[in-house]
Design a protein around this ligand. Structure first.
Ligand SMILES: Cc1ncc(COP(=O)(O)O)c(C=O)c1O
Length: 387
């Protein structure tokens, strides 16, 4: 329950890190474009501000806002989700170390871990995160220092038990990273379930309007924050002030958007479920979803992402993907507008032919906040092309 000393999600989203500007009283803090700061004598920094790669007030506002929403003590933002992931891995691992990750991780995450860090001597083992015995065995066999999971996963919508995997990782002396991009901090706060680090592509629900690319790391561990913060400063993968501002502006309305995304996705999933052209609907809000009970426990609602597999195979998926008018055929997700994605050839093309490959009869829908009846009418006219 929210109280004055323990404000609710939407109050934190709107006020954390957003104090009005003291000189004029401007309610929206100004965007600080300056790359450098005047010093009151050599090393006489004003409030620690020295140079834009290291610190920027607009970035600081966003970092504070994100930390407050994830119940973390430190937020760090980056130029993209992958830049955030890269900073984590370089900050905590060294050549010879190993990562155990979900076998349906986002294709770009797997590409970073296998193709970039593989060449630097970091090994990886993909496992089914729903199989806790397999995770335990993989961590023990490889001596992994990092366990990496996404829940719900992209695009298979698998739900992983964060608390259980945190227990396995910690018992083996490993750290747990949770990619919270699909759920967003409104629906799920992994740090409260034992995760050591939360990572986001803020490009998605956090920015929320498909107009800014960015990434974030949140943790409550001072030592990890210090190491990842040093990487942010010394390797320089930061986001710019305008990007930070747009992300902050989007984040203020995350709660209302996520409720509406969830409302619409529930209706779209229910509609898909009764269509004969559909082989399977992957949405954790459906009672027959294998992760439904777990999702009810660790998420506030079920979110805006729905995947669907077609009985007519690849051809049917491609026909529908190219026939919608309100759903736009495009990569990415989490914006206010509905998007349709064919992962096998689009977002997940980089994992084709690997064990992370996505079924060819699958479409991933990012259900936006338009009127649900228009979304369903759009799907109806696209499905008519299958007749
Ligand atoms: C779950 C997930 N994690 C990370 C990323 C990478 O983020 P970005 O594209 O901002 O680098 C994405 C991008 O699609 C994603 O879906």
């Amino acid at each position: 329950m929210s109280t004055e000393n323990n404000p609710g999600f939407n109050t934190r989203a709107i006020h954390a890190g957003q104090a009005f500007e003291p000189h004029t009283g401007a309610v929206v803090p100004p965007v600080h474009f300056s790359t450098t700061y005047a010093q009151d004598g050599i090393s006489g920094l004003r409030n620690g501000y020295e140079y834009g790669r290291g610190t920027n007030p607009t970035r600081d506002s966003l970092q504070e806002q994100l930390a407050a929403l994830e119940f973390g003590s430190h937020g760090l933002t980056f130029g993209s989700g992958l830049a955030a992931e890269d900073a984590i891995i370089r900050a905590v691992l060294r050549p010879g170390d190993h990562i155990v990750l979900g076998n349906d991780a986002y294709g770009g995450t797997y590409r970073l871990i296998s193709r970039i860090f593989g060449d630097w001597g970091i090994g990886n083992t993909p496992v089914d995160m729903a199989d806790t015995a397999a995770v335990e065995a993989a961590v023990a066999e490889t001596g992994a220092k990092l366990v990496w999971l996404e829940t719900p996963s992209n695009p298979m919508m698998k739900i992983t038990d964060i608390e259980a995997i945190a227990g396995i990782a910690h018992a083996a002396g490993a750290l747990l990273v949770v990619d919270n991009t699909f759920a967003s901090p409104y629906l799920q706060q992994p740090l409260t379930m034992g995760a050591d680090i939360v990572v986001h592509s803020t490009t998605k629900y956090i920015g929320g309007h498909s107009d800014v690319v960015g990434g974030a790391v949140v943790t409550s561990d001072d030592e990890l924050a210090e190491k990842i913060g040093f990487m942010q400063f010394a390797a320089g993968g930061v986001n710019g002030p305008m990007d930070a501002f747009l992300t902050t502006r989007g984040l203020k309305t995350l709660g209302v958007r996520m409720d509406r995304h969830s409302d619409n996705a529930e209706q779209v999933a229910a509609w898909l479920l009764q269509r004969p052209e559909v082989e399977k609907v992957l949405y954790p809000g459906l009672e027959d979803h294998p992760g439904h009970e777990l999702a009810k426990k660790q998420m506030k609602r079920f979110g805006g992402m729905v995947s669907v597999q077609f009985a007519g195979g690849e051809g049917a998926a491609r026909t529908v993907a190219e026939a919608t008018r309100v759903f736009t055929l495009a990569e990415s997700l989490g914006g206010i507008e509905s998007l349709m994605n064919y992962p096998s050839e689009m977002t997940h093309a980089s994992v084709k032919g690997t064990e992370l490959a996505v079924p060819e009869n699958l479409l991933r829908l990012s259900v936006g906040i338009e009127d649900a009846e228009d979304l369903i009418a759009d799907l109806e006219q696209a499905f008519a092309k299958l007749a």
